[in-house]
Design a protein around this ligand. Structure first.
Ligand code: SF4
Ligand code: SF4
Ligand code: SF4
Length: 173
């Protein structure tokens, strides 16, 4: 990766990392508009990732994700370059918490929803009928049917676990 891009990413991450689970607000907006502008975000700095999968395991443990399915994966590509200077890329694959979420738009029961306070896209498991429309609608293939709950599942920003306890998402910690 070029140095300028690395530097940009480092600066961006330094700016955003400290507020990765804090609301963003836009200056000069009314209270109602500010509420609409809140959007939680996680940054994955690929220039620092070594593909150790600690985040994947932390997600599984914290959110009781059964074996065989996952809310998060780290995808490895490469090697790039010439021996002995070869390297790999590691990219994060999980829900993107889309602003105009296709999974929410197709859900017939209201089980898939966007939390207005945080912008988190989540699932009411008790309202899910397992039709899988949302799985087909997701362009990132981020959703799955949880084999234990039989409901659609995916990254929910640790909304029901770590965030509830005032902590950072498990993958960030
Ligand atoms: S599950 Fe897919 S469509 Fe829904 S918010 Fe996440 S990335 Fe977007
Ligand atoms: S599987 Fe559940 S969350 Fe997905 S569209 Fe069907 S009812 Fe909605
Ligand atoms: S925010 Fe929570 S649910 Fe989402 S990938 Fe990270 S640990 Fe998993």
């Amino acid at each position: 990766m070029e140095n300028s891009r690395r530097d940009f990413l480092r600066r961006t991450c330094a700016l955003v990392a400290g507020v990765s689970v804090s609301p963003f607000a836009v200056n000069g907006t009314t209270d109602a508009e500010t509420e609409q502008a809140i959007k939680y975000a996680i940054i994955h700095d690929e220039t620092k990732c070594i593909g150790c999968n600690a985040c994947v395991e932390a997600c599984r443990e914290t959110n009781h994700v059964p074996e065989g399915v996952t809310r998060l994966s780290i995808e490895k590509t490469g090697p790039y370059g010439e021996y002995p200077n070869q390297y790999y890329h590691f990219t994060r694959h999980s829900c993107e918490h889309c602003e105009d979420a296709p999974c929410v738009n197709v859900c017939p029961t209201g089980a898939a929803y966007i939390d207005k306070q945080t912008g988190i896209v989540s699932v009411h498991a008790d309202k899910c009928v397992g039709c899988q429309y949302c799985l087909l609608a997701c362009p990132y293939e981020a959703r799955f049917i949880n084999p234990v709950t039989k409901a659609a599942d995916k990254c929910d920003f640790c909304q029901k676990t770590n965030l509830k306890q005032g902590k950072q998402p498990a993958c960030v910690e």
